[in-house]
Design a protein around this ligand. Structure first.
Ligand code: SF4
Length: 437
């Protein structure tokens, strides 16, 4: 299977869900976001952020809070409605919203009736006409009522936070959800018309063995997941204080993590899934993500690998990030300040980065490498890039022929590290990112 070169994985690297990454964000001209909205050309995708969960998992790095604090939740939703109106009023009349994704947090932490109100507001303000809806769901808070709403709205894509079926690992990460819960949720969602169902899974968990992982992979396949995202748990308690509860001494070492990633890849490929980039898998025969991977039309955005080719992503809600060809802009992270600004009729994205021509050029190389496995390198970059790629080329993990850099099959687990060679911002990233595997 994959050759193991720990020295090439020693430097933590970003996941590159954008380039430049959020680590490069800083203050931007407060009017830049408004200008970007007004200047949109082409299709738009919306991302709606619901930063609440019924129960907070120990490992979670998301900006989310307890849904039990009703007052806060209600005033957040009020602000979100106001922001939707503010943003929609700035979009050119001829742009079309083709996709709407709900993430968080857990969108199903809010009441189904509040979700319906939100969809109605989006439909009214953005003149939605049969867009593709997708949603992230917490199986612990799924209900028959929520499934009915998913069916009535017409949501066809859903992603479940499963992580692991091993009970001792669930205890260790503070996310206890019996298999019956997952089975019931899958049945509800299929009954509601969800045709593309993703399972988020993790390896590298405290106390997790390869047998635990294999058992989770098997259950995932038997339950019929159309897509799987298999992530390595990133233990960074210096960045995510919640993780201090997790026993670091019970975590598998780097070599074991590597073996687990390889096990997952081999399992899904052997069982008929199409690999999508380096850590996603999709069942061919109808799933759009598998089709995009096979056709070479895969993209990468803040939610990971996607078949969405829209050049503009508008994020709604506190912390949400918007992406335009020339700008990345993040909404106010502090939900109190977010609510205050929106109630004053102000857009809240004052943080981000203007994407220079060079950023866009390098971003295209990085996205192409991660999604297609190869990329054209601008000729003027070759003299500086060739020596940086040499350690990967010498070990058969990458190739450079003319101006085309490619990741070999052996190089797949090194994809992020190879992509990082094109990232001029990554000089000193030891503590800010996760391990490459
Ligand atoms: S359900 Fe998801 S978003 Fe919520 S705390 Fe757990 S990991 Fe974080």
């Amino acid at each position: 299977m994959w050759p193991y070169h720990p020295d090439l994985l020693a430097t933590p690297v970003p996941r590159y869900t954008s380039f430049p990454t959020a680590a490069e964000f800083g203050p931007i001209d407060p009017n830049a976001y408004e200008r970007a909205l007004e200047g949109i050309e082409g299709d738009v995708s919306l991302y709606v952020h619901i930063p609440f969960c019924e129960k907070i998992c120990f490992y979670c790095g998301c900006n989310t809070g307890h849904a039990g604090r009703r007052q806060r939740l209600e005033s957040y939703l009020d602000a979100l409605h106001m922001e939707i109106e503010l943003v929609a009023a700035r979009l050119p009349n001829n742009c079309r919203v083709r996709r709407v994704s709900f993430g968080g947090g857990s969108p199903n932490a809010i009441a189904p009736v509040d979700f319906v109100r939100l969809v109605d507001e989006l439909t009214l303000q953005f003149h939605l006409s049969d867009p593709t809806f997708s949603i992230e769901l917490d199986p612990r808070t799924m209900s028959a009522e929520w499934a009915a709403v998913i069916g009535s709205v017409g949501i066809t894509r859903a992603s479940l936070g499963v992580q692991t079926f091993a009970e001792h690992c669930q205890q260790a990460i503070g996310r206890v959800q019996h298999e019956d819960l997952i089975v019931r949720t899958v049945d509800w969602l299929r009954g509601a018309g969800v045709t593309s169902l993703n399972f988020d899974l993790m390896y590298g968990l405290p106390g997790q063995s390869r047998d635990d992982l294999l058992d989770t992979l098997q259950r995932t396949r038997v339950l019929g997941a159309n897509r799987v995202a298999l992530f390595g748990y990133a233990h960074v308690p210096h960045l995510i204080p919640r993780q201090r509860v997790i026993d670091g001494s019970a975590l598998p070492g780097q070599d074991e993590r590597f073996a687990m990633a390889a096990l997952g890849y081999e399992y899904f490929v052997t069982h008929g899934y199409t690999p999508v980039g380096f850590d996603h898998f999709a069942r061919p025969g109808g799933d759009p993500l598998a089709a995009a991977a096979l056709a070479g039309t895969l993209h990468r955005n803040f939610q990971g690998f996607t078949d969405d080719a829209a050049p503009n992503l508008v994020g709604l809600g506190s912390t949400a990030i918007s992406g335009f060809p020339g700008l990345l802009a993040q909404n106010e992270k502090n939900s109190g300040r977010y609510r205050m600004m929106v109630s004053q009729g102000r857009l809240t994205a004052a943080h981000g980065i203007v994407r220079s021509a060079e950023d866009r050029e390098r971003g295209t190389v990085i996205e192409s490498l991660l999604c297609q496995g190869h990329a054209h390198v601008p000729v003027r970059l070759l003299p500086t890039l060739a020596p940086r790629l040499a350690p990967f080329i010498e070990r058969g993990l990458a190739s450079l022929e003319g101006d085309i850099v490619a990741i070999t099959p052996d190089g797949l687990p090194y994809a992020r590290s190879i992509a990082a060679q094109f990232d001029p911002y990554r000089q000193d990233s030891q503590r800010r990112f996760s391990s490459a595997v």
